[in-house]
Design a protein around this ligand. Structure first.
Ligand code: ASP
Ligand code: MG
Length: 424
């Protein structure tokens, strides 16, 4: 029996009518003889609404209770979906994350999966049931409910697929795949047919909201291919898998952008060993994630250090920066919240000289000033002013020949779910 894991995001289950549609889709697959597991998100914006309610009560709700609250969203969907399948004359059973043995560490609100004890899913499949699993949630060894971070249902789906030995995990959302850029910004962006885990990881890390970064990591580590496709059409979407020879290696696969970070600069930091360690040590202790870092050439014994942090972590980062500025006797620090990061991703750039030069030229011709630059072997990222981000993405997309010949009139807003829809 072939095993299929299908994940449906919030927009795909936004109301009972859509839930009925998902039920029909699962039944159709079951009828051709597959073992079917569905992993679902909370309906529509339910998770956001729950977060908003918690914030009305307290700006810093206890994280354990936050998980208790957020996990309820998915539980509503699984029960309704199982009922929908029953109403159509078929057998289904719903399970919460804890019930299907998604065991996590105790990092409440962004717990990591340690183990998937999939026996219960397997047993239900053996009984011929369609199995419905709540995404985004798990349980610690000692029985506390956890959640996996926003967008975490993708990770649940991949983990369940790995746990039962399914070869492909299909991720359904309101967009039909990963695009060469966000079609809302670049109408001529194209859907990518196949992309490697490596490229997808870079895309997810630099602003593509198609798939949760951790889901891609999990898929790569367990060799599960991901098929990212539309819940409203039957057309193939984008397949994310191990790179192999048969895959055409584009020099550049896509352009991503991200406006979710802010830039902090500490000026006149004494230039001696251990300074960077104490700056970034203090930030790490404050649980502020640091992305790009630049240290200037030192003049007369002092230097400037700039770095970017997610705006989400900004309150913590600001506190930590103030503290370290005092400790180091640095003179001042500044904050810029209107920055953006544009990135160029492509496995082919490893073997192709001149990509960086072409990128900087294209940005210069578009009148975009570069603030910071960082690279990996298959990515180049630049921090620029947020006001220029759309212009920059368009310039890069066309400079690297990614524009499709025909501009599709109704290019869908690239992957992701509703409000968190973004692109690759
Ligand atoms: N419902 C959760 C969220 O909105 C998890 C998910 O949808 O993947 O982040
Ligand atoms: Mg959601």
């Amino acid at each position: 029996m072939s095993l299929v894991v299908m994940k449906f995001g919030g927009t795909s289950v936004v109301n009972t009518e859509r839930i009925m549609r998902v039920a029909q889709r699962l039944i159709a697959l079951k009828e051709v003889g597959s073992g079917v597991v569905a992993v679902v998100s909370a309906m529509g914006d339910v998770t956001d609404e729950l977060v908003a309610m918690a914030e009305e009560i307290s700006p810093y709700p206890p994280e354990r209770e936050m998980d208790m609250l957020l996990a309820t969203g998915e539980q509503v969907t699984i029960a309704l979906l199982a009922m929908a399948i029953h109403s159509l004359g078929h057998q289904a059973i719903s399970f919460t994350g804890p019930q299907v043995g998604i065991v996590t560490d105790s990092g409440h609100t962004k717990a990591k999966i340690r183990e998937v004890r999939a026996e219960r899913v397997r047993a239900a499949l053996d009984q011929g049931l369609i199995v419905i699993v709540a995404g985004f949630q798990g349980v610690t060894e000692d029985g506390h409910i956890t959640t996996l971070g926003r967008g975490g249902s993708d990770t649940t789906a991949i983990a369940v697929a790995a746990g039962i030995g399914a070869e492909v995990c299909e991720i359904y959302s309101d967009v039909d795949g990963v695009y060469t850029a966000d079609p809302r910004i670049v109408p001529s962006a194209r859907r990518i047919d196949v992309v490697s885990y490596e490229e997808m990881l870079e895309m997810a890390a630099t602003g593509a909201r198609v798939l949760q970064l951790r889901a891609v990591e999990f898929a790569r580590n367990h060799g599960v291919a991901i098929h990212c496709r539309s819940s409203f059409e039957d057309t193939p979407g984008t397949i994310v898998k191990e790179a192999d020879e048969s895959m055409e290696q584009a020099i550049i696969s896509g352009v991503t952008h991200d406006i979710s970070e802010a830039k902090i600069t500490i000026r006149d930091v004494p230039d001696r060993p251990g300074v960077a360690a104490s700056v970034f040590g203090t930030l790490a202790d404050a649980n502020a994630n640091v992305d790009m870092i630049i240290q200037n050439v030192s003049e007369s014994g002092t230097t400037d250090i700039s770095f970017t942090v997610p705006k989400e972590d900004l309150a913590r980062a600001k506190k930590a920066t103030e503290k370290v500025v005092l400790e180091l006797g640095a003179r001042r620090w500044s904050l810029d919240e209107s920055v953006a990061k544009v990135s160029l991703i492509g496995a082919g750039m490893k073997t192709h000289p001149g990509v960086a030069a072409q990128m900087f030229r294209a940005l210069a011709d578009a009148g975009v000033n570069l603030d910071m630059i960082a690279t990996s072997s298959i990515r180049i990222s630049c921090v620029i002013s947020a006001a220029e981000v759309e212009r920059a993405v368009r310039a890069l997309h066309s400079s690297f020949g990614l524009d499709s010949e025909e501009i599709s009139a109704e290019a869908s807003p690239a992957c992701g779910e509703g409000a968190d829809g973004g692109v690759g």
